[in-house]
Design a protein around this ligand. Structure first.
Ligand code: BLA
Length: 235
């Protein structure tokens, strides 16, 4: 379902000098013993970023996922790139979340980094459903202009491909314009990025899903060692 987005994301990373890094042993891929689920992950080193991870889950008609987070270098205070796309084929149900994930919520920070995303939010009203969050707090690490849609095939096939392309371009543009304009200290950026991992590992609604496909031991490792590595410091 999302393979063309995966290709597009990886091409963008490679064209900006991204080089593959090693995913921790045993976590790069897993084939479910209980279902037809297969998960595969990639890790990139990209100039300006300290970590860029990408995960694809293929469980056929039941579920398709593309998930990615980009962590800028600590010398940049701009938002993380967060993408979480889920397609439940049997139910023809889409959950799509695309955001510039802010480190802090103060006005000056939002004014500095969000013009690009604001424009997309206006351009794609059907991906801006103002959905309610059940597990996350919308005021922590989510922006007021996130694209968040619980929709169907129409959104998945019509709006999302255009929005995904525009979103990536807007994020790269924001990244390029943010160079040299950081106001938070690199110590603060480090602390806030680490807190993002701790917070996300606690709240991520994916853990149950991973456990059901790949078992508890693998899922715990995947969550703490790959998805949110800074969360290991607290366990
Ligand atoms: C929701 N994400 C979900 C849900 C699942 C996943 C199963 C619940 C579906 C629903 O609400 O209907 C799945 N999350 C995953 C998977 C991975 C994961 C498979 O991390 C990892 C491979 N989630 C993110 C990122 C963002 C994000 C980077 O991982 C930011 C763009 C957002 N996912 C996000 C939000 C929801 C969600 C906002 C709704 C959760 C809520 O209602 O609070």
């Amino acid at each position: 379902m999302f393979d063309s987005f995966l290709t597009q994301l990886h091409k963008g990373i490679e064209s900006r000098g991204g080089t593959p890094m090693t995913v921790p042993d045993g976590l790069e891929t897993c084939q479910s013993q209980r279902s037809n689920g297969n998960i595969r992950s990639w890790l990139w080193q990209v100039p300006g970023f300290r970590r860029w991870r990408v995960t694809r889950l293929d469980a056929g008609e039941n579920l398709q996922v593309l998930n990615s987070v980009a962590y800028p270098d600590h010398s940049y205070d701009h938002p993380l790139m967060g993408v979480d796309l889920l397609w439940f084929g049997k139910r023809q149900k889409l959950v799509a979340v695309l955001d510039f994930q802010p480190l802090v919520q103060d006005q000056d920070y939002l004014d500095r980094h969000f013009d690009g995303l604001k424009a997309l939010n206006e351009r794609f009203p059907d991906l801006n459903g103002e959905e309610t969050m059940r597990s996350f707090d919308p005021n922590q690490y989510f922006s007021p202009w996130l694209l968040f849609c619980r929709g169907g095939a129409e959104q998945a096939e019509d709006s999302l491909p255009q929005a995904f392309d525009a979103f990536l371009s807007a994020y790269w543009a924001m990244h390029e314009s943010a160079e040299g304009s950081s106001k938070l200290s690199s110590q603060d950026v480090e602390r806030l990025q680490n807190a993002y991992d701790v917070y996300s590992a606690e709240r991520d609604p994916a853990h149950g899903l991973f456990t059901s496909h790949f078992g508890k031991d693998w899922s715990d490792r995947f969550l703490h060692e790959f998805l949110f590595p800074a969360s290991q410091q607290t366990v």
